[in-house]
Design a protein around this ligand. Structure first.
Ligand code: SAH
Length: 261
C-alpha cells in the first residue's frame, strides 16, 4: 500500500468511555448525525479528524468504518478501545497494538478454511505497519511519560497496574463478550500468538482491506476474558480507559508526519 500522509483521520471507539475527551479537545468541531451515530469533525492537535462511536460488534464497526471513508472522506482509520487479554503475559492495564486481526467466529468450512473470510483468501488481516508503528511510539511515550501522572495512585492500586507493557501482535474479534476461562483457552489454542480479544477490530480491518484504507487498532486490556471479565471491564472502562486513549491519540497526532507546523 502506498504510504500517503494523513489527510483526514477517522477515530472509532465502541463505547463513549473509550474516546472521552477527544471531541472536547477538537478545534472547530462540528457534528453530523447519520445512521444512528454522531460524526464529529474538527482539528485534533493539527490533524483533520473525525471522531465517532461505532457501538458494539462487528457489523456496527463495519458500518461505521464504511461511512467514515465513503461519506466523511477519511484517508486513515484508528480504532481505540479496550479488550480482554488473550495471553498470560498480557495483563490488565497493558496495551496491545494489532499487527493482524482475525474474526474468531468466522467459519465457512468446509467450503473455505476455518476463519478465512470467504472470497478474500485471508484469515488474518494485517494492519498498516506505518500507522501501527506510529501508534506504538505514542503508546510507549504514554507509558514512559504520562502514565504515572494521569493514572491516579488509587486506580493503580485497585487494578494492580504496574508499568504497562506495549505488545504488538494478533487480535481476535467476534460477536461475543468472552467471559469464561474455557472459552478464552479455546481461542488461544485456535489462534496461536493471540494477545487480545474484542468485538470490532477485525471488522474494521476487513472493510479497510477491501477499500484500500490504512488502519491501526490499539486496545488497552480491561479484563482477562474469564469469569471476572464483566466486573473488571465495567470498572476499568469507567475509571481508566479514557485516559489511556486520550493521551495516546494526542501523542499520535502530535507526532504524525504531514502535520502542519
Ligand atoms: N456490558 C457492556 C458490554 C460491553 S461489550 C456494556 O453494556 O457496555 C465489551 C466491549 O469491550 C466491546 O466493544 C469489546 O470490543 C471490548 N471488550 C473488552 N473485553 C472484552 C472481552 N473479554 N471479550 C470481548 N470483547 C471485549
Amino acid at each position: 500500500m502506498i504510504n500517503h500522509p494523513i489527510t483526514r483521520l477517522g477515530i472509532i471507539s465502541a463505547l463513549h468511555e473509550e474516546q472521552e475527551g477527544l471531541v472536547q479537545a477538537m478545534q472547530g468541531a462540528a457534528t453530523v448525525a447519520h445512521g444512528m451515530r454522531d460524526y464529529t469533525m474538527g482539528q485534533l492537535w493539527g490533524i483533520d479528524a473525525v471522531c465517532v462511536l461505532s457501538r458494539i460488534g462487528k457489523v456496527a464497526a463495519a458500518m461505521t468504518a464504511i461511512m467514515l471513508v465513503e461519506k466523511f472522506g477519511v484517508t486513515h482509520i484508528l480504532f481505540t478501545g479496550v479488550a480482554g487479554s488473550g495471553d498470560a503475559l498480557v495483563r490488565v492495564g497493558d496495551i496491545v497494538i494489532g499487527e493482524a486481526l482475525v474474526q474468531h467466529d468466522m467459519d465457512a468450512s468446509p467450503l473455505f478454511p476455518r476463519y478465512e473470510v470467504p472470497l478474500t483468501g485471508i484469515a488474518r488481516f494485517p494492519s498498516d505497519s506505518r500507522l501501527s508503528g506510529q501508534l506504538a511510539g505514542a503508546a510507549r511515550g504514554f507509558v514512559d511519560s504520562d502514565f504515572m501522572e494521569v493514572i491516579g495512585k488509587e486506580e493503580r492500586h485497585d487494578f494492580r497496574l504496574g508499568q504497562p507493557t506495549v505488545h504488538r501482535g494478533l487480535i481476535a474479534s467476534g460477536d461475543q463478550f468472552v467471559s469464561s476461562r474455557a472459552h478464552i483457552e479455546r481461542l488461544k489454542v485456535a489462534h496461536p500468538g493471540l494477545l487480545a480479544v474484542e468485538m470490532e477490530g477485525a471488522a474494521v480491518a476487513q472493510v479497510c482491506f477491501e477499500l484500500g484504507v490504512p488502519f491501526a487498532v490499539i486496545r488497552t486490556i480491561s479484563d482477562n476474558a474469564n469469569e471476572d471479565a464483566a466486573t473488571d471491564f465495567m470498572r476499568f472502562v469507567k475509571s481508566v480507559a479514557a485516559r489511556y486513549a486520550f493521551h495516546i491519540v494526542r501523542r499520535f497526532c502530535q507526532d504524525a508526519p504531514g502535520r502542519p507546523d
